[in-house]
Design a protein around this ligand. Structure first.
Ligand SMILES: C[S@@+](CC[C@H](N)C(=O)[O-])C[C@H]1O[C@@H](n2cnc3c(N)ncnc32)[C@H](O)[C@@H]1O
Length: 205
């Protein structure tokens, strides 16, 4: 978790590089304000991923026709980056005010990323791990966002999450239960600096 330096997207043209750099910088600026104005007063689960690190991973993974979903998209920076890189990109976020921020950013950066206020947990899902501890940590409750998104979870080729400590197993379980065949789950955090990629429950990157 760091307010990083401007990104260095390789393999993208200069105009796109500049647009993504500006987006990332504005994202960090919004985060600094949010941290001061909101998180200093009450706890909130939004803490941004390292945008530059996630950007590098997205550049590696991009390919024509891939549909991308961010679980807990907050201010939308990562989903918008994915859209600008050519993914068909969607973000689900429980906090409606953050969704408004994300939509504003998307408009300013010429992105058609779609953001929906709702939960990334499909209706009817219950987390029942083998060990028996089904607490879901900081992951909030709310109506499923998939109907408004227009796609069930199984329609996505790539799903990105930045879980808090202990929340990864639920994300893997969700993919097992509802993910598309061959879909990849991208996880940031978890004690490593990069982005780990999982397919069918196995780490491939
Ligand atoms: C650790 S932050 C990650 C933010 C963003 N993905 C990033 O990497 O910069 C987790 C986000 O998930 C949101 N969230 C928590 N539970 C959710 C749920 N059930 N459905 C959708 N969003 C949720 C929080 O409001 C918060 O913005």
């Amino acid at each position: 978790m760091s307010a990083g330096a401007p990104p260095r997207p390789a393999g993208v043209d200069a105009e796109l590089r500049a647009r993504i750099s500006a987006l990332s910088e504005e994202g960090w600026e919004i985060w600094r304000r949010f941290d001061t104005e909101v998180r200093q007063n009450e706890w909130h689960p939004f803490v941004p991923a390292d945008y530059e690190v996630v950007l590098d991973a997205l550049i590696e993974l991009r390919a024509p026709g891939l549909r991308f979903l961010e679980w807990g998209s907050a201010t939308g920076v990562i989903t918008i980056m994915a859209d600008l890189l050519g993914f068909e990109a969607y973000g689900l976020e429980l906090d409606g005010e953050l969704v408004d921020v994300a939509r504003g950013l998307a408009e300013r950066y010429g992105s058609s990323a779609k953001f929906v206020a709702g939960s990334f947990i499909p209706s009817g899902y219950r987390y029942r791990p083998k060990g028996g501890d089904g607490r879901i940590g900081t992951i909030g409750d709310g109506a499923s966002g998939y109907p408004a998104l227009g796609h069930p979870l199984e329609d996505f080729d790539l799903v990105f999450g930045y879980p808090w400590h202990g929340e990864e197993p639920l994300m893997h379980d969700l993919m097992r239960a509802y993910g598309g065949r061959g879909a990849r789950l991208l996880l940031h955090g978890g004690g490593t600096a990069g982005v780990r990629v999982f397919r069918d429950g196995k780490q491939v990157v």
